[in-house]
Design a protein around this ligand. Structure first.
Ligand code: ATP
Ligand code: MG
Length: 393
């Protein structure tokens, strides 16, 4: 008897001819997530199996695997020699609780097994009924489904409960996007959502030291690091934004400060994205959350982008939903920390809520040496490659 993990693939199972491309990427990502652990991987039809791992690693494996996008769910199974006695013995480990209804489903790849699938399911149902009190069989809406999978090579898997995985598409199958990452709740969730659609994530952060603290920068690095557990390696670009921010403060109308800042940030992000093979920009904007997230503000920001699509996966989400996701991912406890990012310094008391695009363009043009400042910021950008802790150890 051995504990094994049965993994079910998610949406990629709908893919046609190019399914193997998605499959290979998923297996590759899965293997990376299991760095440093002993196990054996096996693939059979639409399922993967992890076997021969140390039992004390089970929780770690489950924790890592449930973060790999592209997997639908997993079950912890018992692998036994195929024989009626062995299966009857271990199926009791998966018995329903008193008061529960159950059904057994049996699949049989081994056609030499002396029973037909439905006969054997009924027989094992009988074993449970005669050993566990107060349980009933319900073939249509059971509270518990117990699976018996009789394989060809002389062994059988028994399992019951499903643990949900992260679903979505394997990271790396939908190109690469540049996430504008601030220290708040929103942008890490936005990046996670795009990674869940298969996008590889790079991130860019604008910091305004000494107006913002070094802790604010560390916080963003820590956030990106948490994201790597789902997204794999993340290249993080840290752009010095102080000079530009000071210049906007000096030259532009105070209530347009945020509008102009956003425009210049996205211009720089697009250039760095282009130089690093990204095909899209990603932000954590959510409609109406703050003054800079009205239709007019978003129009003003968007117009500063030359070509790239800007993905805003949170645009229709409520703050509470975003925070729930941040808690689920594990970024919430970092985002809660109070270090302000660069958007909170020089903040006007009354930012314009509906900026007129032409006014934004005119205000921005007051920074006559903007091109030089942008180039200087790009030249002084710090680059780092972040990986999950278990890869770096
Ligand atoms: P978040 O919770 O992500 O900080 P927020 O609610 O604070 O978002 P804003 O400050 O209006 O919202 O920022 C909107 C978006 O602009 C962010 O989600 C992020 O994508 C981007 N952004 C803001 N500040 C920065 C920054 N300093 N560096 C990189 N991107 C930023
Ligand atoms: Mg912010």
């Amino acid at each position: 008897m051995e504990k094994v993990i049965v993994l079910r693939i998610g949406e990629i199972f709908l893919k046609g001819k190019n399914k193997s491309y998605f499959d290979n990427m998923l297996i590759n990502n899965l293997r990376k997530s299991l760095t440093g652990l002993d196990y054996k991987f096996r693939k059979s039809q639409n399922r993967y199996y992890l076997e021969e791992f140390k039992e004390e690693d089970l929780d770690t494996i489950v924790d890592r695997v449930t973060k790999v996008f592209g997997l639908h769910s997993l079950s912890i199974a018992t692998k036994v020699q195929t024989s009626e006695e062995e299966i009857a013995k271990y199926i009791l480990d998966y018995a329903p609780n008193p008061g529960q209804s159950f059904r057994i489903t049996c699949t049989r790849a081994d056609k030499t097994f002396p029973y037909k699938s439905f006969e054997f399911a009924a027989k094992m149902g009988g074993v449970i009924l005669s050993n566990v009190k107060n349980v009933t069989v319900d073939l249509h809406e059971p509270q518990k489904v117990i699976s018996i999978d009789i394989r060809e090579q002389g062994y059988t898997y028994i399992f019951a409960d499903k643990i949900m995985c992260a679903q979505g598409m394997p990271v790396g199958t939908s190109g690469k996007g540049m996430l504008l990452l601030s220290g708040g709740f929103d942008s890490p969730v936005a990046g996670w959502r795009m990674a869940r659609r298969g996008m590889k994530i790079s991130a860019i952060h604008f910091h305004s030291y000494p107006h913002t603290s070094l802790q604010a920068k560390e916080k963003v690095i820590d956030l990106a690091k948490v994201m790597t557990e789902y997204c794999g390696e993340i290249e993080l670009f840290i752009v010095p934004f102080t000079k530009i921010q000071e210049e906007i403060h000096k030259k532009c109308k105070e209530d347009f400060m945020i509008t102009i800042m956003r425009r210049i940030m996205i211009m720089i992000a697009e250039r760095i994205a282009k130089n690093n093979g990204c095909g899209a920009l990603i932000t954590g904007e959510s409609l109406a959350q703050v003054a800079s997230q009205t239709v007019e503000s978003i129009t003003s920001t968007n117009q500063a982008v030359e070509l790239m699509p800007v993905f805003r996966p949170l645009i229709g989400m409520d703050k509470m939903e975003i925070i729930e996701t941040a808690e689920h991912i594990g970024t919430a406890k970092l985002s809660e920390l109070p270090y302000p990012d660069c958007c909170t310094v020089f903040l006007p008391d009354f930012p314009v809520i509906k900026p007129k695009l032409q006014v934004a363009i005119d205000e921005q043009s007051k920074i006559v040496n903007l091109e030089e400042l942008i180039q200087d910021a790009i030249d002084n950008t710090e680059e780092m490659k972040l990986k999950p802790n278990y890869v770096e150890e």
